[in-house]
Design a protein around this ligand. Structure first.
Ligand code: ATP
Ligand code: MG
Length: 424
């Protein structure tokens, strides 16, 4: 019978990989703590409507990437393709945005039906940060500055660059959109097929088309900055000053619009040229209209999301992970004889209680001493305790350091904690 494999685009993260993931996750969490952000955890599925209303019907995500299904009751639900919509839903549902500022972060799997390739999965993971209730450029700057700190902590500051743009107010965008559509319609024949389709559904997305001749044509398109409203212009200007003052450099990219409908004013992406086509590792922006759109009082909001798989690839690519992060064992407890087996378990328990954080593996199953020593070696343990029935009657056990820290020795069983501590 054919064995069952994982779903295409959904990956196992195996034990030799998890130490790197844990290392990365710990680094991100430490940054969130340094800036006073609190963790929120949302379900991985939501009512389909939530994503249609917040992300926008004419986006790639809603048009063709969502995992949507009817449950046994016939209700339409979707595996979350991103965290922002769920986070807003949760904040509204629990009154978190009522007269208060929230600085939140989340982490977890996201699902998009995309063509799997390097840096692009159907189940992938994101860290995200969202702030509610602050409308100034200061918090936009903070969100970017904290990512820059993370790159420094990870030694990646030279590998990523910040692309920055403003999308202005919705009124400014609407006026620009009309003129852009007129321009695009007059040049329909020079556009790639995707862009032709987007002229009617989501014309701003044409700006970040990957097609070269479309990009060349856009050099002659109306300039969005000429449409920018004063407030957005000022917001952008002050954001830039804050980034300059923090020593965070950026490139202004007038064609950066981001895939989702909900953004206004600030948008940004951190990109790398080290991962091939999937070069965006973190993206975000301001979405002041969304909370009202989802039924709340008008509330400013801004955030970002980071793709964990791409960050892991980047760390591996640049060999920026510390070499010694593999899960290690301190002590392996071997035993010979029925009595010794039970005493070995008790001693392992006692040592875990006595020495905080001590990592102990109790040998399970039978096995010759030679076989047990081999397993101890493979576990990476620093030392082995060997219990034998005969010696136990004399209150003795053997302690053998494994990495040249001296000879195997016989020790009194009531001295074990002190002796083990010597070799840590
Ligand atoms: P892309 O242009 O690569 O499709 P996106 O604009 O759709 O990205 P966002 O919705 O902004 O991505 O999500 C934030 C981050 O999540 C991305 O910058 C990327 O690092 C990561 N990401 C998005 N989709 C995937 C995926 N299918 N597989 C792996 N990572 C992803
Ligand atoms: Mg995408």
């Amino acid at each position: 019978m054919a064995s069952i494999k994982a779903i295409r685009g959904m990956h196992d993260i195996l034990p030799d990989q998890t130490p790197l993931w844990q290392f990365f996750e710990a680094q991100v969490k430490s940054v969130f703590e340094q800036y006073g952000y609190a963790e929120i955890r949302m379900p991985i599925a939501e009512k389909t409507d939530l994503f249609c209303r917040s992300i926008g019907e004419a986006t790639d995500v809603v048009e063709k990437e969502m995992y949507t299904f009817a449950d046994r009751n016939g209700d339409h639900m979707t595996l979350r393709p991103e965290g922002t919509a769920s986070c807003v839903r949760a904040a509204l549902e629990h009154g978190l945005t009522y007269n208060q500022v929230q600085r939140l972060w989340y982490h977890g799997p996201m699902f998009r039906y995309e063509r799997p390739q390097k840096g692009r999965q159907r189940q992938f993971h994101q860290f995200g940060a969202e702030v509610y209730g602050l409308d100034g450029p200061d918090v936009d700057a903070e969100l970017i500055i904290m990512t820059a700190r993370l790159w420094r902590q990870l030694g990646l500051q030279g590998a990523v660059t910040l692309q920055l743009n403003t999308l202005g107010s919705s009124a400014a965008r609407a006026a620009y959109r009309t003129d852009l559509v007129t321009f695009l319609q007059a040049n329909m024949a020079s556009l790639d097929a995707d862009s032709q389709r987007r002229v009617a559904t989501n014309p701003l997305r044409v700006l970040d088309s990957k097609d070269e001749s479309t990009q060349a044509l856009l050099d002659g398109a109306p300039d969005f900055y000429a449409y920018l409203d004063d407030e957005s212009r000022d917001h952008f200007e002050r954001l830039r000053q804050l980034l300059d003052a923090a020593g965070v450099s950026y490139e202004i990219n007038p064609r950066l619009v981001r895939g989702l409908d909900y953004y206004c004013k600030t948008v940004f992406e951190w990109v790398t040229d080290k991962l091939g086509a999937q070069g965006t590792v973190c993206g975000g922006g301001r979405y002041d209209g969304m909370i009202e759109e989802l039924g709340g009082k008008p509330t400013p909001a801004v955030g970002w999301a980071m793709g964990v798989e791409r960050m892991i690839l980047l760390l591996q690519e640049l060999q920026q992970a510390p070499v010694d992060i593999a899960q290690k064992v301190d002590l392996y407890v071997a035993h010979l004889g029925a009595e010794a087996n039970v005493r070995a378990m008790q001693l392992a328990e006692q040592l875990r209680s006595d020495i905080t954080g001590l990592r102990v593996v109790w040998h399970c199953g039978a096995g010759s001493l030679k076989n047990q020593m081999k397993k101890a070696d493979r576990s990476g343990a620093k030392m082995v305790l060997i219990l034998g029935d005969d010696e136990l009657t004399q209150g003795q056990v053997q302690l053998k350091p494994l990495h040249g820290q001296g000879q195997q020795q016989s020790i009194a069983i009531d001295q074990v904690t002190a002796q083990v501590t010597r070799f840590l």
